[in-house]
Design a binder for this molecule. Structure first.
Ligand code: LLP
Length: 429
């Protein structure tokens, strides 16, 4: 895969100077390039793509994806309303998630979404009962838990027995029995999502083969499906992973579907937006302790929790300076020869009161100075969408950049809004 497209350091610096730090900057040409590449890779097979809103749910990002012809995969009423607010029409929205609440289901039936991906027998009954009550139909798919190991981190593997996701294949007969009881349900597909940051094509192929086989068995029961939804999960390069080429990925998914006569649905999140994102932060202090050197910056785990939660490594780039091209193992020897320089392994950490508040550990670099700007690359997915207010930190601003221009797409949260929902004379029972 070719290098991602990056905004210039000059532009990132201007953005940080004008709107402050920490700030998320998304580079629009990179998102557009990914969107085009994915569509092209699947051009040989009838495919519809539903962007996984959870990866980055900013309205302007959703708008950008809509412009590229993408629908939305949502998992809550908040995401559903966001997608609708961004102008994505209900027939281009699919709804996954193990805990869809009554009022969430009702709203999704009312607006007429493309499909509920049903994750349990009880949820199936709940949706069925609501369609009867509202006298409205609902299109559904069964999200199958195929018990396939996605070969990824345990927290983001979702397609194995032992995880809470989907309906085990063994319960399919029971699901079909319940389905027959509700005349307003239409079974139009099967879905599965094995996990995220998947680097092996055989994992995707196995999922395609499994759903294709179930699709054939339903056909024998005279149930004709419209689609097989194979979820998201394609990995991006953070560190030294061997990521799949998008064409290889497309081949692994479409080959097993050839001859089934059904459409392929996809729900990519990370692959579309991750590499467009730059979390730009300013160095506050540097601190040498007996054991380690710390670079203390104004971003923290509240803006980017992936390092603390998953041990993820986001590439570090010091603005205005060349990115080191050697890794830590090579550079130990180098260190010996460069002992008089200020190069060494540092932890880049935030101001939050947790030892787990690090953005990267043991990172080899020339120590930056207070005031320098650092960007954490590949942070466009699951960065801002997982941000929190811990330590009463306001959410950062988000900026959408083009080659020479930039637009604030979410203003930095005001301090007052941190407590504006906390009423001093609250409601009581
Ligand atoms: N479809 C479903 C049903 C999902 O649960 C997910 C992600 C996706 C699609 C999109 O997967 P992607 O293409 O982005 O891999 N917070 C974690 C990732 C959690 C992913 C959850 N589900 C992280 O930061 O790595």
């Amino acid at each position: 895969m070719s290098q991602p497209l990056y905004p210039s350091d000059e532009l990132l610096t201007k953005i940080a100077d004008k709107w402050g730090t920490p700030v998320y900057v998304y580079y629009a040409p990179q998102i557009q390039r990914q969107c085009r590449a994915l569509k092209k890779a699947f051009a040989h097979y009838p495919t519809e793509i539903f962007y996984a809103v959870k990866a980055n749910s900013n309205l302007s990002i959703l708008g950008l994806l809509k412009e590229q012809g993408y629908g939305a995969d949502v998992v809550s009423i908040g995401e559903l309303e966001r997608a609708l607010a961004a102008g994505i029409t209900a027939e281009n929205i699919v709804y996954s998630g193990v805990g869809k609440r009554f009022e969430e289901i009702r709203r999704a039936i009312e607006v007429g979404i493309r499909s509920f991906h049903v994750e349990s027998l009880q949820e199936l009954k709940q949706i069925g009962a609501l369609t009867d009550q509202l006298s409205q139909t609902a299109r559904i798919s069964f999200r199958i838990n195929p018990d396939i190991d996605a070969q990824t981190l345990p927290y983001i593997a979702t397609g194995m027995h032992g995880t809470k996701f989907g309906i085990p294949e063994g319960d399919l007969e029971m699901a079909l029995g319940i389905y027959q009881e509700y005349s307003k349900l239409q079974l139009v597909g099967l879905s599965c999502h094995l996990g995220s940051q998947i680097t092996e094509s055989r994992v995707f192929r196995a999922a395609g083969e499994r759903l294709a086989r179930i699709c054939e068995s339903l056909r024998k029961k005279s149930i004709e499906l419209e689609f097989l939804d194979l979820g998201g999960g394609l990995a991006v390069q953070y560190d030294d992973e061997n990521v799949l080429d998008v064409e290889e990925y497309a081949k692994a998914l479409t080959e097993p579907l050839t001859g089934t006569g059904v459409k392929l649905f996809l729900e990519p999140g990370r692959w579309l937006v991750a590499e467009s994102g730059h979390l730009v932060t300013r160095v506050l202090y540097t601190k040498q302790t007996p054991k380690k050197e710390f670079i203390i910056v104004d971003a923290s785990m509240t803006e980017l929790i992936r390092p603390a939660l998953y041990g993820a490594k986001h590439p570090v780039h010091v603005l205005g300076k060349a990115t080191p091209t050697f890794d830590l193992s090579d550079s130990k020897a180098l260190f010996a020869s460069l002992a008089q320089t200020r190069e060494g392994a540092v932890d880049i950490v935030g101001p939050v009161c947790e030892s787990g508040d690090f953005l990267i550990q043991d990172h080899w670099m020339t120590s930056p100075h207070p005031g320098d700007l650092i960007s954490f690359r590949v942070s466009g997915a699951y960065g801002m969408s997982m941000a929190s207010h811990y330590n009463s930190r306001p959410l950062p601003a988000e900026v959408l950049a083009d080659k020479d221009s930039a637009l604030v797409i979410r203003r930095r949260q005001s301090l007052e809004s941190l407590w504006s929902d906390e009423v001093s004379v609250g409601e009581s029972l």
